[in-house]
Design a protein around this ligand. Structure first.
Ligand SMILES: *Cc1c(COP(=O)(O)O)cnc(C)c1O
Length: 335
């Protein structure tokens, strides 16, 4: 049931020319600061603005005999599925909660997919997606707990290791764990000694809590600057939980303030526009939560953010997240 390196190699063929070959570039600022080479895999350059196109293309390519496809999503998976379904002329219905930023919902509609907004959590969105499977014969594609999705995301690991077989550490943003499972599988198949660290925000870190408990647990879903990392891992998780358990060396959490500062750093030092979810690896290094012992890469997973909020962050203003406020702070270069 779990995908293998062969599945990731097969996925690489499926996505070739559409969702592969994103740049892997050094951040000279972060390299100087950390005292070892620090590389950014720029998945924010993907056609849909996020890596999820890889898994979605691979999963949608495998669908046959369905009235269409459906999924629940924090936004980027839905956009990937919408893009892949449009390429194949399939109907796509994307189910999302009210927490999903409007910019992501609009991006999905622009690809011609149907959108349904259900409830306040990923669990609510998932229930709606499952209703569509039962009532309308749609095929459901999980954002993270699907072998084709995990294999598709794993192609990022292939590309990073092909470019840099000498990599010591990979820092991977972690939510449902499809990305981390696929990337860690690819990376460790090629270089078993590589260290792979999963990083989440401390507001609702479902995989981190599940790994600690030894089984999937539910966490409260809260608004976060890293909105793409929200949601549970599914109490019936079959693949991404055991793979993360077996393949990740550790998991690390960062706060909203730390995400805020890391977004400022990536923008002001490297001129990169990236979602909060993408900078958790950077934040962990900036805060000394992970120490680097050799060449390190992190995945800048996506760029689909609300530009008004982003402008507030890079200009040092307060940001409201539901009932909490992340206090503003003018950019000051970390020493
Ligand atoms: C989905 C997503 C992640 C996390 O991926 P998982 O497979 O759910 O762990 C990270 N960053 C962005 C931008 C995403 O859209």
């Amino acid at each position: 049931m779990q995908p293998t390196l062969a599945d990731i190699l097969a996925a690489a063929k499926v996505i070739r020319g559409v969702a592969d070959a994103t740049p892997l570039v050094p951040s000279s600022f972060m390299s100087d600061l950390a005292g070892s080479e620090f590389l950014l895999k720029l998945e924010n350059m993907q056609p849909i603005g996020a890596f999820k196109l890889r898994g979605a293309l691979n999963a949608v390519a495998a669908v046959d005999q369905a009235a269409g496809v459906t999924c629940c999503s924090t936004g980027n998976h839905g956009r990937g599925v919408a893009y892949a379904a449009r390429e194949r002329g399939l109907r796509a219905v994307i189910c999302m909660s009210e927490l999903v930023p409007r910019v992501k919902v609009e991006g999905i509609r622009a690809l011609g997919a149907e959108v349904c907004i259900a409830g306040r959590s990923q669990d609510d969105a998932l229930a709606e997606s499952q209703r569509l499977v039962a009532e309308e014969g749609l095929f459901e594609i999980s954002p993270f707990d699907d072998p084709m999705v995990i294999a598709g995301q794993g192609t990022i690991g292939l590309e990073i290791l092909a470019a840099r077989p000498d990599l010591h550490t990979l820092l991977v943003p972690l939510s449902g764990g499809g990305l981390a499972a696929g990337v860690a599988l690819a990376a460790k198949s090629i270089n078993p000694g590589i260290r792979v660290v999963g990083i989440s925000m401390d507001r609702g870190a479902a995989m981190h809590e599940s790994l600690r408990a030894g089984h999937p647990v539910e966490v409260e879903e809260l608004p976060s600057l890293a909105d793409s990392l929200g949601g549970g891992i599914g109490m019936q998780n079959r693949l991404s939980f055991p793979m993360c358990r077996d393949l990740l060396d550790e998991t690390v959490l960062v706060t909203e303030e730390e995400i805020y500062r890391a977004m400022q750093v990536l923008y002001h030092e490297d001129r990169i526009v990236a979602e909060g979810a993408c900078v958790v690896g950077l934040a962990a290094v900036l805060e000394g939560r992970v120490t680097l012992e050799g060449p390190t890469a992190t995945i800048v997973t996506g760029r689909n953010l609300d530009m008004e909020m982003f402008t507030r962050i890079v200009t040092g203003q307060d940001v409201r997240l539901g009932d909490v406020t992340v206090p503003g702070r003018p950019y000051a270069r970390p020493a």
